[in-house]
Design a protein around this ligand. Structure first.
Ligand code: SAM
Length: 281
């Protein structure tokens, strides 16, 4: 269903949907988070299938993505795990390496504690949210992976689109990049969930990522006018929200009608807000 000339979303299985709706080589960027096969309680999808079946499905999904992704495209694959299955991200990665090369590994940091060290760090910093684990064996899990996969591992990226100011800029004229007064942020991105009051109302999906995660990935690949972004596992539409903010084309698939409707509602609200701003309301 087209919500706008740049936003199309489908309440369909993504493998069939990609074959049906998307031309070969038509997508610049895929930002997505598939189910992790760790028993998350989705409304429809069963996240507890045997691991071998799950990985076979991921393999077929990778083939379908490869068909639609441009040779110069990027697949940003967010995968997390649970303490008793810490190997899922690596198994998914190994499966997809039949078709893609690993260009960058990014860590999505959800929460971090940085201790005061007495000289440049004056206070303790304790920020972000995570699900606490009560265990004698396992650590609280405060990060997930974002694998940046490409067809060649040679795709140029826009590192300074996420650039951060130099801590000490006295020597930066020596460096080509330094002229912009920014340096590459690196591969650890602190992106906290918003603080919520009511889990049922404020978090209508059990495994969503913040729109900022998708925004970072799109900017890192390179924000050009005619970019088309795909999220085959759209959930409640957070990649779509990022695309609307950045003004790029978005195509999303979601199998669950409840999450699909939530995505449709929030993307329509964002489109209306943008329309009101354009109309000078
Ligand atoms: C980890 S969640 C993605 C959440 C999304 N990133 C967000 O922020 O809302 C995975 C989603 O994939 C959906 N899903 C599972 N199988 C699917 C399929 N075959 N085609 C499309 N969506 C599917 C699930 O219903 C779930 O919403």
């Amino acid at each position: 269903m087209a919500l706008d000339k740049k936003i199309s979303i489908y309440n369909e299985d993504c493998i069939g949907g990609m074959k049906k709706h998307l031309r070969p080589g038509s997508i610049d960027i895929v930002v997505t988070s598939p189910p992790y096969n760790i028993g998350v309680k989705y409304d429809v999808y069963n996240d507890s299938s045997p691991r071998s079946e799950y990985l076979e499905w991921m393999w077929s999904w990778g083939k379908a993505v490869k068909r639609v992704l441009k040779d110069s495209g990027s697949l940003f694959l967010n995968v997390g795990s649970k303490p008793t299955s810490p190997d899922v991200p690596f198994q998914v990665l190994a499966t997809l390496q039949d078709d893609f090369k690993l260009q960058n590994v990014i860590h999505w940091i959800k929460s971090i504690y940085i201790e005061a060290n007495g000289y440049d760090q004056k206070i303790n910093i304790n920020v972000g949210h995570y699900k606490p684990i009560n265990s004698r064996r396992f650590l609280n899990d405060t990060h997930e992976y974002i694998f940046h996969l490409t067809q060649t591992a040679q795709v140029p990226i826009d590192r300074l689109a996420l650039g951060i100011p130099y801590k000490d800029n006295t020597n930066i004229n020596r460096w080509q990049m330094g002229r912009k007064m920014l340096r590459c942020r690196g591969n650890c991105w602190f992106i906290p969930y918003k603080t919520i009051q009511n889990r049922r109302l404020d978090r209508p999906h059990p495994a969503s990522f913040p729109p900022q995660l998708a925004e970072n990935c799109i900017k890192l690949h390179g924000l050009k006018k005619n970019v088309t972004v795909l999220d085959p596992f759209m959930g409640i539409g957070n990649t779509g929200s990022a695309c609307l903010k950045l003004g790029v084309r978005f195509i999303g698939f979601e199998i669950d009608s409840h999450y699909y409707q939530t995505a449709e509602k929030s993307l329509k609200e964002l489109l209306n807000q943008r329309q009101e701003v354009d109309n000078g309301a």
